[in-house]
Ligand binder design. Structure first.
Ligand code: SF4
Length: 388
């Protein structure tokens, strides 16, 4: 990834903002509420030249300005289809990278705060994954192809990974998936190989494989900090799914005891969790789903329904407010609240800063994926979009 600090754009300067300093430090001194009118004004001036994409985990003060909201799958599809020249991605780094990979050559992707990363994506570095693949090949495994051969394997990565990891998968016959289409991606891979290496979220991989009928005994966890991943040849031979030892720091906080507690306190409550949660939590839940599916389940439920939801707290709180008038009660599965601190880095001040810079003719915080990485990452992402 490289960042272009400034690029001149073809939007006429706004007289009312041109006199103000565009230094980010000046924005960060201002209170949240003072940003609203400025963001709205800048957004209106940019018109169809820009779109604002907002992930469901964004804070309210930011997501209210999004033209489109969604999970990473939905937003990546929009990024691939929009005619807008500037894509302001209110999400995290890997999402902006995917938008750059899928977008047109003349489009610019902007991440309002470059520190908005993802702890899960950071758990799989490209050097570690290459070492892992070398170890798997040294054990006798070979890249899968058109037909399933004994000892064949394909790499499959969750959307929540760097562009380099996506490219790694694309170059080796694999693909990307999201929590919406993980099962379809697994089926695609198993039609071509005997085994899957799943990166970087062990929980999504385990939950998906288990739902397909693969027992836990046929899954193995590869620990990049141990020799050969900490796997014996026998363990590796028995595994149909090799799970990278990564996780989401937000969703891993939900525990089986939380499910027991809400069921005891609210008899009849429906527990719905994101598949990035631990397998033990998912087994106790009534339903699993991506953020889009969680929203759909609440929308479709009859009035008076009660839900405990295991996902990021901003989405849960928003759902609770939205559906309260319909008599639906929604609480978080863990009442200490699970905040995605990296998503939270996108503040109204950062959003205002990037938009007003655009108005003044500058692109700041552009996310650019290098050409060779972009090529193979697009191969993997296109396979995902084909899988649906
Ligand atoms: S919720 Fe978890 S997986 Fe999603 S961006 Fe935050 S740390 Fe990453």
């Amino acid at each position: 990834m490289s960042v272009l600090a400034e690029e001149v754009v073809d939007v006429a300067p706004a007289p009312e903002t041109a006199a103000e300093s565009c230094s980010l430090e000046n924005y960060l001194l201002l209170p949240d509420h003072s940003m609203d009118n400025r963001i709205a004004r800048a957004r209106a001036r940019l018109g169809s030249a820009a779109i604002l994409l907002g992930h469901h985990y964004q804070r309210d003060e930011v997501i209210r300005f999004a033209d489109y909201t969604g999970d990473s799958y939905k937003l990546s599809k929009i990024a691939a289809e929009t005619a807008a020249r500037y894509l302001v991605f209110c999400g995290v780094h890997f999402m902006a990278e995917s938008a750059d990979v899928l977008g047109r050559a003349d489009q610019r992707v902007i991440l309002p705060d470059l520190n908005a990363g993802c702890s899960m994506a950071d758990m799989a570095e490209i050097g570690q994954v290459e070492d892992c693949w070398d170890a798997l090949e040294a054990s006798g495994l070979r890249e899968g192809g058109q037909t399933v051969l004994p000892g064949s394997i394909l790499p499959l990565t969750y959307m929540n990974s760097t562009a380099a990891i996506k490219a790694f998968c694309g170059e080796r016959g694999g693909l990307v998936c999201t929590s919406s289409n993980a099962r379809a991606a697994f089926e695609w891979a198993f039609a071509r190989a005997e085994k899957i290496l799943f990166l970087p979220d062990q929980h999504l991989g385990r939950n998906t494989a288990y739902a397909m009928g693969i027992p836990l005994s046929e899954m193995a966890v590869y620990d990049p900090y141990q020799i050969n991943g900490g796997l014996t040849p026998a363990r590796l031979a028995a595994a149909r799914v090799i799970l990278w030892k990564g996780h989401c720091s937000v969703h891993q906080r939900f525990l089986p005891g939380h499910v027991d507690q809400v069921r005891a306190k609210y008899p009849g409550i429906q527990v719905v969790v994101h598949p990035e949660c631990r397998w033990e939590v998912c087994q106790k839940a009534d339903a699993l789903g991506s953020t889009e599916r969680i929203i759909a389940l609440v929308e479709q439920a009859p009035a008076g329904s009660t839900f405990a939801i295991g996902t990021e707290i901003h989405l849960v709180n928003r759902l609770a407010r939205r559906f309260a008038p319909e008599g639906k009660k929604i609480i978080t599965l863990d009442d200490t609240g699970c905040l995605c601190t990296t998503m939270f880095r996108i503040s109204p001040q950062h959003l205002c800063w990037v938009l007003e810079n655009l108005i003044e003719g500058r692109v700041v915080n552009q996310i650019t994926v290098p050409g060779d990485v972009k090529y193979w990452a697009k191969v993997a992402l296109d396979r995902m979009l084909e899988v649906g």
